[in-house]
Write a protein that binds this ligand. Structure first.
Ligand code: TRP
Length: 350
């Protein structure tokens, strides 16, 4: 859950002018512009980001450089996908009046901080990060034994620390990266003097939504629903969902705890979840009927996003303007930190 704002941050601010909102705690989170986000991303991340807007000073970044760490061979789509992601964010309720919405590559100070961190970070430490080894194995057909891919979590640490973020809302899969971020801050502070806060991870309360086939939800498995899927696509996907494989006949009692359809009821129609579980366990409702009942609750989540995106698509210049303004704001803050970083290192600033 969301913890109290880290007031230590204020103490670290070395008597500088406190920005409005700094007392609230500073949030940074990022998302790669690699394909349309799916319903799990909304429930697991975006809904939480939207809520945090009122409690924290939030900066949300479209991390296009991160997309290049694995997609460097074919970067042509990254620009278009960044704009599309911005539209989805806006349609999901991220509000440029409340939060700073920025594009990573428009704030080159992230790269400067990444470079300076890379000076003291140990290579074996980075190679030991479990997600690195896992991804190397998982992602086939691409050479990922690159400098940039090994440095992925270092760039992430730079994204977070350049705004002196106190809280980062992410999924559990990012824990190793956040651990590294804290170590980077500690190492920097030890080497060059106190500057960075020790960032807290904020886990989403929402349970992980499985894919429509019961496996982990992942674009590469084709078991997701994108946030811009049409009504028909959603209907098909929900109707074709996998259910408890041991429930073969309509009269067999089912096991909701292993059924992805039940997991979706909990997420999309929590008020019906209990009754659904009861009727499943007692074979009072068949799987087909159960899935049909899920179609509308899923539509109700996707529909406003799809329609919102359609509206934003009519005004791409406005979306570009929002990201431009947000990136400029972010850049001002990033430049401030980079100046302090250079001072801490003792670099000559002519
Ligand atoms: N690695 C994150 C992910 O894949 C994306 C990311 C990049 C990020 N920089 C970040 C998340 C900074 C939080 C904070 O989801």
């Amino acid at each position: 859950m969301i913890g109290p704002a880290n007031l230590d941050y204020v103490a670290h601010n070395r008597g500088g002018v406190l920005r409005k909102g700094a007392m609230k705690g500073i949030v940074f989170s990022g998302m790669q512009p690699s394909g349309t986000p799916h319903i799990g991303n909304k429930l697991g991340a975006l809904d939480n980001w939207v809520k945090m807007q009122d409690e924290y000073d939030c900066i949300y970044g479209i991390v296009d450089w991160h997309a290049l760490t694995t997609g460097y061979e074919d970067p042509k789509e990254v620009g278009r996908q960044s704009l599309e992601l911005a539209m989805i964010w806006l349609a999901c309720g991220l509000d440029p009046q409340k939060s700073t919405l920025m594009l990573q590559s428009a704030v080159p100070e992230h790269a400067e901080l990444h470079l300076l961190f890379s000076m003291f970070l140990s290579l074996p430490r980075l190679e030991r990060i479990p997600t690195y080894k896992e991804k190397l194995r998982e992602i086939e057909g691409r050479n990922l034994t690159t400098y940039g891919f090994l440095g992925y979590p270092v760039l992430q640490a730079a994204d977070i620390l350049i705004y002196k973020s106190t809280h980062v809302p992410v999924g559990k899969d990012q824990d190793y990266h956040l651990e590294l971020t804290r170590e980077v801050a500690e190492q920097f502070n030890r080497l060059y003097g106190q500057l960075f806060p020790i960032t807290q991870t904020v886990h989403t309360v929402f349970p992980v939504l499985p894919g429509t086939d019961g496996r982990k939800m992942s674009k590469s498995y084709g078991n997701t629903s994108s946030l811009t899927d049409s009504e028909d696509m959603i209907k098909d996907k929900v109707r074709n969902m996998v259910t408890d494989p041991q429930r073969i006949k309509r009269t067999d009692p089912g096991r909701p705890e292993v059924c992805p359809v039940y997991a979706y009821y909990q997420a999309f129609a929590p008020q019906e979840a209990e009754r659904t579980a009861h009727e499943c366990r007692n074979a009072l409702r068949g799987c087909v009927e159960c899935k049909l009942g899920l179609v509308e609750p899923v539509q109700a989540v996707v529909r406003p996003v799809r329609e919102g995106v359609e509206t934003w698509q009519q005004q791409p210049d406005e979306v570009a303007r929002i990201l431009h303004t947000g990136s400029q704001q972010a850049r001002g803050r990033a430049q401030q930190t980079v100046t302090e970083v250079r001072e801490h290192l003792g670099l000559w600033q002519p």
